[in-house]
Design a protein around this ligand. Structure first.
Ligand SMILES: NC(=O)c1ccc[n+]([C@@H]2O[C@H](COP(=O)([O-])OP(=O)(O)OC[C@H]3O[C@@H](n4cnc5c(N)ncnc54)[C@H](O)[C@@H]3O)[C@@H](O)[C@H]2O)c1
Length: 347
């Protein structure tokens, strides 16, 4: 077997990017797509010239499928993962891993028991800025990390809640707390929580948050602020909204004891001590490797890494044990806002 044969389960908003990632990769092959909604499945199947089915059982019984990419609403992640593991399929699960810790732990255990690989598609890790920021940090460019600040403040149009960004399909789960697990935090900011973990290896131990649903007709939060304390003593801030008229800052910063990094392209770094020829006490731009397509190239690279791990029996990128971390932070943040008091995060 020199290519990993994939099926996509769930043919909605993100499935198109997954299909691009597989078909443009050298080591992945898209064999089949599946959706309980025939029209959604047929549309994706036609575009990528592959067959489609409308039952998970049919996907999982096929001998010519090695791995599945699960792109369904969050509350369905668990059951489909358990079924896929039982059928011996390797699994990429779209983020977040689940809606709650217990489900995520069961998913990780089931994959381990079935000896299949499980990876959570925190695709931001495949942006070149992540590896570069990590390298600079590990070399000590900004000293010790003292503050991680995640700001993702924007406005989601009404159509987003039922049609996502691409309007590929119409669904209702994003508005429901039970089905989604939450709003902008678990849906989007969890990417940045994972990204900061991938850069710094730092785990927060406590969070205090306040949030509410202010100006959107949904059950989930549309405005949230949270402060964090990390195990190494650093502090952190998350500020996010999906209902900021006029927009706000999408700015992620790592403050160090000797400098600062602002995530982006180019990566920005301020150093207070000489470091590899950078200008001291000034902002420096660090040019990054340019990707052919900022959305698709990371997916292709992720599929290559996952396929390599399965085909050559290596550890997968972003295994369940790592993918659960962002969810633990999100869950504790939600709990804190409900209790109006700080909550400890148990990793
Ligand atoms: N990584 C990213 O940037 C990104 C972006 C968007 C969504 N996502 C994630 O992808 C996942 C799917 O989100 P989406 O935005 O594509 O949702 P969506 O609502 O656009 O599509 C979900 C699809 O799943 C189908 N479906 C529902 N129940 C099913 C079942 N039991 N079996 C098979 N198919 C079923 C629906 O018919 C629909 O076509 C979520 O986990 C979401 O957070 C990730």
């Amino acid at each position: 077997m020199n290519k990993l044969r994939f099926a996509i389960i769930g043919c909605g908003d993100i499935a198109g990017q997954e299909a691009e990632g597989i078909t443009k990769s050298k080591s992945g092959e898209l064999k089949l797509v599946m959706d309980v909604n025939k029209e959604n499945a047929e549309k994706l199947a036609t575009k990528y010239k592959v067959p489609f089915v409308t039952s998970t059982a049919e996907v999982l019984s096929r001998q010519d499928i090695d791995a599945v990419i699960i792109c369904v609403p969050h509350f369905l992640h668990k059951q489909i993962t358990l079924d896929a593991a039982k059928a011996g399929k390797h699994i990429i699960i779209e983020k977040p891993i689940a809606t709650n810790t217990q489900d995520a732990l069961e998913m990780i255990a089931a994959c381990k028991k079935a000896n299949v690989k499980l990876s959570v598609a925190y695709i931001l890790r495949y942006q070149p800025m992540v590896a570069k920021a990590r390298e600079l940090l590990k070399k000590g460019a900004i000293g010790k990390v003292i503050n991680i600040t995640i700001q993702q403040v924007g406005y989601k149009p009404e159509s987003y809640w039922t049609q996502g960004w691409t309007k590929a399909v119409t669904t209702d789960w994003r508005t429901s707390k039970a089905k989604s697990g939450g709003g902008i935090l678990i849906m989007n900011v969890s990417h940045f929580i994972d990204m900061m973990y991938a850069i710094t290896d730092m785990e927060p131990e406590r969070v205090y948050s306040e949030y509410d649903t202010f100006a959107t007709k949904v059950e989930v939060e549309d405005m949230l602020v949270a402060t964090l304390r990390y195990k190494n003593g650093a502090v952190g801030l998350m500020q996010t909204s999906s209902t900021a008229f006029g927009g706000g800052d999408n700015l992620n910063r790592i403050y160090g004891s000797e400098g600062q990094i602002i995530m982006g392209d180019p990566l920005k770094i301020y150093v207070s001590k000489p470091f590899e020829g950078l200008e001291v006490n000034k902002w420096n731009d660090i040019p990054l490797e340019q990707m052919e397509n900022v959305w698709i190239t990371p997916r292709v690279n992720y599929v290559e890494a996952f396929a390599d791990a399965v085909l050559n029996n290596k550890p997968v990128p972003i295994p369940g044990e790592e993918g659960i971390k962002a969810m633990l932070v999100c869950n504790a943040t939600y709990e804190s806002g409900l209790k109006h008091s700080p909550v400890n995060i148990k990793f």
